[in-house]
Design a protein around this ligand. Structure first.
Ligand code: SF4
Length: 60
C-alpha cells in the first residue's frame, strides 16, 4: 500500500477489510481538518507525527 506520510505516522491505523486494507487517520476523531480516510498517498500533512521505531530497533 502506497500511503505516503501516513505509512510512518503515529496517527495512522490500518483497518483490514475483506478485499483491502484501509489507512485510517485517528486525528479525524478529534480534528475536523483531517479526513478519516485521506486520499492516498498523503504527501503533505499538518498533523504528521513520526511513529516511534519498533521495539528493539536502534537508529543513530
Ligand atoms: S495525521 Fe496526516 S500523515 Fe498522519 S495518519 Fe493522519 S492524514 Fe496521515
Amino acid at each position: 500500500m502506497r500511503t505516503g506520510l501516513c505509512g510512518t505516522c503515529a496517527h495512522q491505523r490500518l483497518v483490514p477489510a475483506r478485499r483491502a486494507t484501509y489507512s485510517m487517520c485517528r486525528l479525524a476523531a478529534e480534528d475536523p481538518r483531517f479526513p478519516r480516510y485521506p486520499p492516498l498517498p498523503v504527501m503533505r500533512c499538518a498533523g504528521y507525527a513520526p511513529a516511534a521505531p519498533p521495539e528493539g530497533t536502534r537508529t543513530r
